[in-house]
Design a protein around this ligand. Structure first.
Ligand code: C2E
Ligand code: MG
Ligand code: MG
Ligand code: MG
Length: 292
């Protein structure tokens, strides 16, 4: 009967719901020791100059290799870490590892590259973020200008005095501050006015539709113009096609990252990119010398 049909549908639905709740519960328990078990790894996504294609820096992106579930997205487990109050500890580990790694790359060759680390709102408001950053730089022996902190407006950074003071303290250390996922939050413009930012990252959603939707093209155009007039650098996220890259070049965007060039890769693959860059340099010099 219709009534039974409804009931069984409901039962299926509630079974699915509880399976999802169960999975969340399991993952929430598993994340507790994930780092101790060595399941959390940091990959790095290259950021390149739009004009020259030169490697300028990398963004550190956390990965969780779960023993049963496979690779789990940070979009899922960062909220878990926050919920369990583990984001501070894990965030500190990411900062320290990324700084150490960047310092090691510098020792492998010049020109030096930057490393960008995402800082979640909860981590930002823990009262030791400034000393955590200072300590990470010092213990890695990394000069502050090579560290960039990515803050997300959509993660409820509020416009309080505390936010401003913390950002100013971070600026005073000499690190670069950037606003991630720009354009997706409610208060993008007032953020730019109020906070001491250096860079903005154009959200992937605008880049995705850049060459197919005139409204996205108009928004990207305006963001770049705004950034220029405020003296901010711009990085476009999620560049997947050569058409998108060409469009960004015409619009004078300075840097990009995206699958067109590379997804986030392990640290030793970044080293290979750095070495390839040097070899290219050397072979350029060789071919120039041969031509003389
Ligand atoms: P995000 O900071 O905006 O990072 C960019 C995301 O876009 C990454 O997703 C990256 O893999 C993805 N992406 C880059 N290029 C492309 C592209 O061309 N196409 C597509 N489809 N995607 C692209 P991912 O690694 O899954 O990270 C998701 C979010 O998780 C990050 O967004 C960031 O907010 C957060 N996250 C990652 N690692 C950390 C971390 O160490 N700490 C904190 N607090 N958050 C992190
Ligand atoms: Mg980011
Ligand atoms: Mg982003
Ligand atoms: Mg983000």
């Amino acid at each position: 009967s219709a009534k039974e049909g409804r009931r069984s549908k409901w039962q299926v639905y509630s079974k699915e719901l509880s399976a999802a709740a169960q999975r969340w519960h399991t993952l929430s328990n598993d994340i507790h020791d994930a780092r101790a078990r060595g399941e959390l790894v940091i990959h790095y996504q290259p950021q390149l100059a739009v004009d020259s294609g030169e490697l300028m820096g990398v963004e550190a992106l956390l990965r969780w290799q779960h023993p049963n579930e496979g690779l789990i997205s940070p979009a899922l487990f960062i909220p878990l870490l926050e919920e369990r109050g583990l984001i501070g500890e894990v965030g500190q580990w990411v900062l320290e590892s990324a700084c150490r790694q960047c310092s090691a790359w510098h020792a492998e060759g010049r020109p030096a590259i930057r490393v960008a680390v995402n800082v979640s709102a909860q981590q930002f408001y823990q009262d030791d973020i400034v000393s955590t950053v200072r300590h990470a730089l010092r213990s890695a022996d990394l000069e502050p200008q090579w560290l960039e902190l990515e803050l997300t407006e959509s993660l409820t950074l509020d416009e309080s005095e505390t936010t401003l003071r913390t950002m100013e303290e971070l600026k005073a250390i000499g690190v670069t501050l950037s606003l991630d996922d720009f354009g997706t939050g409610w208060s993008s413009l007032s953020y730019l006015r109020r906070f001491p930012l250096d860079r903005i990252k154009i959200d992937r959603s605008f880049v995705r539709d850049l060459t197919t939707q005139s409204s996205s093209a108009a928004i990207v155009h305006s963001i770049l113009e705004l950034a220029r007039s405020l003296g901010l650098e711009c990085v476009a996220e999620g560049v997947e096609t050569i058409d998108q890259l060409n469009h960004l070049q015409r619009e004078l965007c300075s840097e990009f990252q995206g699958f067109l060039y590379s997804q986030a890769i392990p640290a030793d693959e970044v080293s290979l990119l750095l070495r390839a860059r040097e070899n290219r340099g050397a072979s350029n010099i060789r071919s120039k010398a041969a031509a003389m």
